[in-house]
Design a protein around this ligand. Structure first.
Ligand SMILES: [Zn+2]
Length: 342
């Protein structure tokens, strides 16, 4: 009930703001009734801005409410206090792809990091832990970095009723196979047919960036130009890495294991093709969030790695650079043999 009241209050405040800002565009006639000023457009920029604000509040509020209902590990209040912003991009089922920027309070940032949770909708822990880390970030005011945090990149896969959550988005596309890697047209479909035996969970889509979620993420790579990207998955309990620079040996209890990349995967697109370090954090369980100690340890080790290797990387001989462009682990697919794949 408290949630509902809070939501109504927010909406009323936004509406009041919209009305107050729109009022200068009205004049009082002799009879005391209000008429619009002549030649004014029906929708002024100021009023449109206020109405957009109202919708923005409502779409974030809706998203937080759905996350609260879906995940026992996320309360509405935690999500709401994260103050996520609508990106203006939407999933297939018109859910907001929301993010939060955290910047240093004093001085210019020394680097930019993009942190993503929930690209696969059935990896619940990856969404919750990103909210937890966002709280840490807010407490530290972002440290020296400019962070762009996206807790749930695939909201439909996570939230779509009445079905269970699913890895893919609402179109049944594995977003982590939909990025425009070189020769996608030849390789992605061939890989899907011949290597995954048309696994529904690995369907790459009809074309690269055919999906709004992957399209928005690719646009962020161009616009935000991160120095590193961190993508959280589950449940293989390891750290994977693609791209230049030296990866961490471990993050808390998660040890490094290079899995290789796939046609259309983020690792091949961001790490190998774009040359931006991509750290893939594979939590141990898709359903259970790590305990507080491990959550903090993984985070601290990530920050240390960013500081030591990304923001101020030492000079390295080429032979020491990790590539991750070999086809390491095969796609274990649906056989359930336990080979890791993200
Ligand atoms: Zn995953």
């Amino acid at each position: 009930m408290n949630r509902l009241i809070a939501r109504v209050v927010l909406l009323v405040l936004a509406l009041a703001s919209a009305t107050a800002q729109a009022s200068p565009l009205l004049t009082v006639t002799d009879t005391g009734s209000y008429t619009p000023v002549e030649n004014e457009p029906h929708h002024s920029p100021v009023r449109d801005q206020s109405i957009s604000l109202l919708w923005a509040l409502d779409e974030i509020s809706r998203l937080c409410q759905q996350l609260d209902e879906k995940l026992t590990s996320i309360e509405y209040s935690e999500c709401a206090s994260a103050n996520l912003q609508p990106s203006g991009a939407y999933s297939i089922m018109h859910r907001s792809i929301a993010y939060k920027d955290v910047v240093p309070v004093i001085g210019e940032p020394t680097g930019k990091v993009l942190l993503i949770g929930g690209i696969h909708g059935d990896e619940y822990s990856s969404v919750t832990i990103v909210f937890r880390w966002l709280r840490e970030l807010e407490a530290q005011q972002g440290g020296q970095l400019h962070w762009r945090v996206v807790p749930t990149l695939n909201p439909d896969g996570l939230l779509m009723p009445p079905k269970k959550s699913q890895r893919m988005n609402a179109n049944g596309v594995d977003l982590n196979r939909n990025f425009p890697t070189p020769n996608w047209e030849e390789e992605a479909m061939d890989y899907w047919v011949n290597r995954t035996r048309k696994s529904k969970r690995r369907y790459p889509g009809t074309a690269p960036l055919s999906e709004p979620e992957s399209r928005w993420l690719a646009s962020q790579i161009e616009e935000f130009q991160p120095d590193a990207v961190i993508s959280v998955h589950a449940p293989h309990g390891i750290v994977d890495f693609d791209g230049p620079l030296v990866p961490p040996d471990n993050l808390g209890p998660l040890e490094l294991r290079l899995l290789g990349t796939y046609p259309g995967s983020m690792g091949r697109y961001i790490g190998v093709y774009k040359g931006i370090p991509l750290l893939t954090v594979e939590l141990e369980s898709a359903l259970r969030v790590p305990g507080q100690e491990d959550t903090t340890k993984i985070w601290q080790d990530t920050i240390t790695w960013l500081q030591d290797r990304v923001i101020e990387p030492p000079e390295l001989p080429r032979s020491e650079q990790a590539h991750g462009d070999t086809q390491g682990a095969d796609d274990p697919d649906e056989s359930g043999q336990g080979t890791a794949v993200n």
